[in-house]
Ligand binder design. Structure first.
Ligand code: TXA
Ligand code: MG
Length: 338
């Protein structure tokens, strides 16, 4: 059941559902979340069941504002506070030491907690209304089944999880890929998952350069994060990343094969480079990738879903440029192709 986020009745309904231990589809500026009262173990268990997600993969808890952080976090290092000051509300999640008495199920039993304050006005309205109904934190992983592409529209959520779930429609997500995650439990900031936030801006705000999760200087192993599994965000069609010249070569040999074997299944292409549909490949789908990383992030998951729904023989995607602005998109594409 999709209800418009512009309708105050829908916001009130969503808040009441959360307070009653039910799940809702929550729009945020990154992707849609599958939301539950973070303090209710039973509600959180429904999230894991709906997603078919292993119970030891922790969920992000969403809060109305930075003032809520001490309710969940035992300690906030200075660099973490500076990141909060710079980027909240927004597409940034911080992993902080968890107060032992709160949100244990949502945290997947870890002694840390992921906290995020989303900027989307509909998310803000739902969080505020839920807070008035007694729900102080809303656990919400992306509203997809485990291992699948995150939803960026209300319809995607319904497609993933069924029409009985109440989904509040906040439009297509602006950002389009999941939040940047910074682990703040190890005395220095560690980037667990890149998003759209600029790496240099994160370093500047933290006052210290972020470490990479596989930095050999880090002695303690990285905490478990399903968004950091090698294969994740995967459509059913096989995704292959290629440089522009490889893509042109693959297209040329496809054209030769089609001459020999007309009617064979064709892949779909998503590339910045201008590519021409070879003769005899009338059904070949070529989707033009925008030039900027932000524009690609915005449409990426919707495009993967669209191309996947065509039941193509595979999805060939032009490898994104190497510079830092593309870190988030490159990360999602590499996982989709793994
Ligand atoms: O943009 C987002 O972050 C979206 C929206 C809905 O807010 N949420 C999202 O949640 O992407 P999810 O569960 O799909 O991805 C969150 C990632 C997971 O990989 C999870 O394992 C990790 O964050 N995570 C959450 N809490 C953690 C913790 N305490 N320690 C380590 N990793 C944690
Ligand atoms: Mg996810």
């Amino acid at each position: 059941m999709i209800r418009p986020g512009s309708d105050p009745e829908a916001i009130a309904l969503a808040a009441r559902a959360l307070a009653a231990g039910e799940l809702i589809g929550l729009p945020t500026e990154t992707v849609y979340g599958l939301a539950a009262d973070a303090s209710s173990d039973a509600a959180v268990a429904k999230v894991y069941a709906a997603k078919k997600r292993p119970a030891d993969h922790p969920l992000i808890v969403h809060v109305t504002d930075a003032a809520r952080v001490p309710e969940f976090a035992r300690e906030v290092p200075d660099f973490a506070q500076r990141l909060i000051d710079a980027f909240w509300p927004g597409p940034l999640t911080l992993i902080l030491p968890r107060r032992p008495d709160v949100a244990a199920a949502a945290a997947g039993g870890q002694d840390s907690i992921g906290l995020r304050c989303p900027a989307h006005p509909v998310a803000q309205a739902i969080l505020a209304a839920a807070w008035r109904d007694g729900v102080h934190g809303v656990a919400a992983p992306s509203a997809n089944r485990f291992g699948r592409v995150s939803p960026t529209t209300a319809q995607h959520v319904t497609d993933e999880l069924g029409a009985r779930l109440l989904v509040i429609d906040g439009g297509a997500c602006d950002v389009g890929i999941e939040s940047t995650i910074v682990d703040c439990t190890r005395g220095l900031p560690v980037l667990l998952r890149p998003g759209v936030l600029d790496r240099a801006a994160l370093d500047a705000a933290a006052g210290v350069a972020l470490h990479d999760r596989d930095d050999p200087q880090l002695k303690q192993a990285a905490p478990r994060a399903s968004g950091t599994l090698a294969s994740h965000y995967a459509p059913s069609a096989r995704v292959t990343l290629m440089d522009a010249d490889e893509l042109a070569g693959a297209l040329a040999s496809l054209a030769e094969q089609v001459v020999r074997m007309p009617g064979q299944p064709l892949p779909a292409l998503y590339a910045r480079a201008p590519l021409h549909r070879p003769e005899g490949c009338a059904g070949l789908v070529i989707r033009r990738m925008p030039d900027g990383a932000e524009a690609v992030a915005h449409e990426l998951f919707a495009v993967l879903r669209e191309l996947d729904a065509l039941n193509v023989a595979g999805i060939w995607i032009e490898r994104p440029p190497a510079d830092a602005a593309w870190d988030g998109v490159r990360d999602r594409l590499q996982r989709a192709a793994a």
